[in-house]
Each structure stands twice: as C-alpha cells, then as structure tokens.
Design a protein around this ligand. Structure first.
Ligand SMILES: [Zn+2]
Ligand SMILES: [Zn+2]
Ligand SMILES: [Zn+2]
Length: 353
C-alpha cells in the first residue's frame, strides 16, 4: 500500500506480473459520433461569442474578443463560454437567488466561469500530433485566461483540464480544454495547498521542489528537458499515470517565460504522443494544478483511463492500481524517447519546408 506524497489517499499497487501495455488495448474504443463540429472553422455561429481570439497578424498574433452576433473567421485560437456552464459569472441584470444553509443542507451560488479553449482550428490536431507553434498558442491562451479569471475577486481556484476520448468524457473530438473558475478551493487543491504551506513553514523550502528532486533520480523518472520533468508518481491511482513539473519553482503558469512555454509545448507533445503510441491512443484526463500562492508549485497530472473504478473505489475511496509506477515509468520512458526523436525530426523538416 502506498500513500500519496501529500494527500490522505492510499492506493494498493497490485501489479500483475508480466502484464504488458498491449494488455490494456480495448477491442473497440468508443468514438465520438460524427455530426457537425461546432468547434471547426466556419461553424462559429453555433457557439457563443468568444472571450478570447488569436488571429494571425503579419508574422505575429493579434488578440481580440467577440460581442453579440459577430464571429471572427481565420482564428488560430478560440476561447468561448461553455454552452452548459457549471459555474456562471455574477450577473448584475439578474436578481440574486438567496442561498440558505442549515447544518445538514449547505449550499452556495455556483459563481465563476466555465470556458472551452479550442486549441487548434484543425479538427485532428490533438496535442499528441500538434505542431509546436500551435501548442505554444494554446499554452499562451491558458495564461491569458488564467490571468483574467484570477483577477475576479470571487474566484478562488482555476482548473484547466482536458478530456480525451469518449471514455474519458470528451463529447466532442475537436481538440479542446476546459477552464473552470470556482468560488472555493476543491478538496485536492486545498490539501496540496495546506501541505505545501506547512512544509514551507517547517522546512523553509517547497514540498514539490523536494519531491521533484527525489523523483528525478528514482526509478519513476520518465523524461525531462531544460525546464520540465516528467515522472510516474509514487502512489499513482491509475496505470501509466504521469505528472509534469516545471523545474523552476513557480506557483502558476503565469510565471513561465517564453522559453519555458516553448519547453512546455515540447513536453506536452512528447508525453502525450508517447502515451498514445504506447497504449494505442487511450482515453485520458489531464489536469493543471495551479494556485496563486508563493509556496505552491504548479504541475500537470495525466490520468490514462484504462480501468474502471468500481465498487471498492467508489464506496471507500481506496484504490487499486494494477501497474506499478516503476513498471509504467520504464515503458513510458522508452516510448517518450522515440516520440521525442520523431518530433524533433518533423519540426526540423517543417522549418526547412
Ligand atoms: Zn472540429
Ligand atoms: Zn517548488
Ligand atoms: Zn497535484
């Protein structure tokens, strides 16, 4: 049994020896039904006005927004409000609902934002195959929205996540992420924040920096470049789970420099294509953990969806992972390496073309 570095969460590593990555291939993976894609260029009218648009402008990028019925064409990044938002901004036009709470029935207004970031105009340009240029745009758009949303006073936490594949909850296959700004700190982020605050007080350093330093030389290390490191977490809940950390201490993606954005683009590309090629394009969920607190250290967690959490997991919060993080790291390491080589070759030939 292993406990998470920080969270009060346990997992049983019950690896079945001799199990190979190919044993996780499904005979048939669910596919998104083919209908008109509202995220494809030309269908902008099917979506609400954008909160952020990137347009090509000479050699550079011009940023703008949309209002009313007008929609931009020829965008390279588009960020829109979710049509079915879980959280909505304060609306001066609408009367405030009253929220009453009792001891057993607590409630509050779901104040916040729920947006969709369309990561590319191309329907099939997923991060596992994307050009570095496009991934950099998507990362910069996350920075822009994070900057804007975190300046609202009722926003306590911003979650950026992506679902890939029907079995991971993606209802549309066009490459996109979601950005949710919430009025409270959800449990996992709160636990991480608390632990990093306490550790900083006691040890005078960042708990995540210390974890990264140890995992860099462990059997769970997978890949690194100048700015980022990837490893399989000690108490991974999911087979082939991996985490991505910036090497430099920084609390959110807002602190990344230009070269770090570039290196993050490479890290996402290499790791997600490595995952895809190792496990035959598995469904996965990916989440950014970020917080504007100095002791916190932002990171990305990637959870492949290869098993179904059933009775034990759902009823007790005790998990079983059938692939040890060390075995997962070994397979992922090899796959990342060959994807890195291919990616570098393709980027070079793109430059020469
Ligand atoms: Zn599309
Ligand atoms: Zn740190
Ligand atoms: Zn985390």
């Amino acid at each position: 049994m292993r406990k998470d570095y920080i969270l009060d969460r346990w997992v049983v590593i019950a690896s079945q020896r001799g199990r190979r990555p190919s044993d996780f291939f499904e005979a048939k993976r669910g596919r998104v039904k083919k209908t008109v894609c509202p995220f494809c260029p030309g269908n902008e009218q099917l979506t609400p006005p954008a909160t952020l648009i990137y347009l090509r402008d000479g050699g550079g990028v011009r940023k703008t927004v949309e209002k009313g019925g007008f929609r931009h064409k020829n965008w390279i990044i588009r960020c829109i409000p979710n049509l079915y938002p879980a959280f909505s901004p304060l609306d001066d036009q609408k009367p405030e609902l009253e929220f009453k709470s009792t001891v057993f029935h607590k409630s509050m207004k779901a104040l916040g934002f729920h947006e969709v970031l369309i990561e590319s105009p191309f329907h099939d340009e997923h991060p596992s195959t994307a050009r570095k240029f496009q991934l950099k745009l998507a990362i910069n758009a996350i920075k822009d929205r994070f900057h804007y949303l975190s300046s609202r006073d009722y926003v306590k936490c911003i979650s950026v996540f992506r679902n890939h594949g029907v079995n991971a909850g993606a209802s549309l296959s066009h490459p996109h992420s979601q950005i949710v700004a919430m009025p409270i700190l959800p449990k996992i982020i709160e636990e991480e924040a608390k632990a990093s605050r306490n550790y900083y007080k006691a040890e005078g350093e960042c708990i995540f920096c210390s974890i990264v330093e140890e995992e860099a030389k462990s059997e769970r290390f997978i890949w690194e470049n100048e700015s980022f490191i990837v490893f399989a977490p000690w108490a991974a809940l999911n087979p082939f789970e991996f985490w991505i950390f910036p090497k430099r201490h920084q609390s959110s993606i807002l602190e990344t420099t230009g070269i770090e954005v570039e290196n993050l683009a490479e890290t996402l590309r290499v790791s997600l294509s490595g995952l895809k090629s190792l496990l035959n394009d598995p469904p996965y969920n990916l989440g950014f953990h970020m917080l504007l607190e100095n002791h916190y250290h932002w990171h990305v967690e990637v959870y492949p969806r290869l098993t179904i959490w059933a009775g034990l997991e759902k009823s007790t919060g005790m998990f079983i992972n059938t692939v040890s993080p060390e075995d997962a790291a070994e397979s992922l390491k090899e796959s990342f390496k060959s994807e890195e080589n291919m990616f570098k070759k393709s980027e070079r030939s793109a430059i020469h073309a």
